[in-house]
Design a protein around this ligand. Sequence first.
Ligand code: C5P
Length: 224
Amino acid sequence: MKDRLMVALDVNRAEDALAMRDNLGDSIGWFKIGLRLFVAEGPALVATIRQQHRVFLDLKFHDIPNTVAQAIESAGNLGVEMVNVHAGGGDAMLAAAAESAAAFPDMKLIAVTVLTSDPMPKSQARDVALRRAAMAQDAGLDGVVCSVHEAAAIKQVCGSDFLTVTPGIRWGDQDVQDQKRVADPASAIAGGSDYLVVGRPILHAENPRSAALEALSMRESIAA
Ligand code: C5P
């Protein structure tokens, strides 16, 4: 299970990222490095985190096909094991990204369907996410980022091998903050999520390691 938890290192200094890495240690298998940390600390920090953990580089590329293909190549050269693009970039962009990623067989290429912070109604989000997931699969991608609420339907349409990565994870009485379509860890697993992305519930916890272990140990299903 620890290989299915990705902790979002949404901090802006290498020393804070490394302190969190050391605190969580081998309780988790993956760190997600997103815009805040990558813009601040760049590839050197990715290389350091990679020494002990797998890295999902969450930069959500969305540009013309050629530019995205080149960015995917740069991500592959960093040795990350997952990278993503926005499905909203369209099928030509997705196909270019997939072609570029094919040179890096150990790196999964994932498309963001609908942001979990998007306020659109759940049924509409599900339709859009399903359409974009099918488009990503046709273009040769390995999976999608979606909310837990769409994961099972995506698995049904795209098959169980098509990866679902789900942010918007909250449990107990945690504040949902800017997220809209949230669910707890047990519901995520039950709903077909392959990877759970957790940021603030662990980063801002009094004891981040305990929060991570709590997320890993949750078994009861209480959809939010
Ligand atoms: O703090 P929280 O658990 O809400 O963090 C979720 C993380 O997942 C953030 O780093 C955010 O950028 C990312 N993410 C997301 N929704 C998506 C894609 C990525 O929340 N659709």
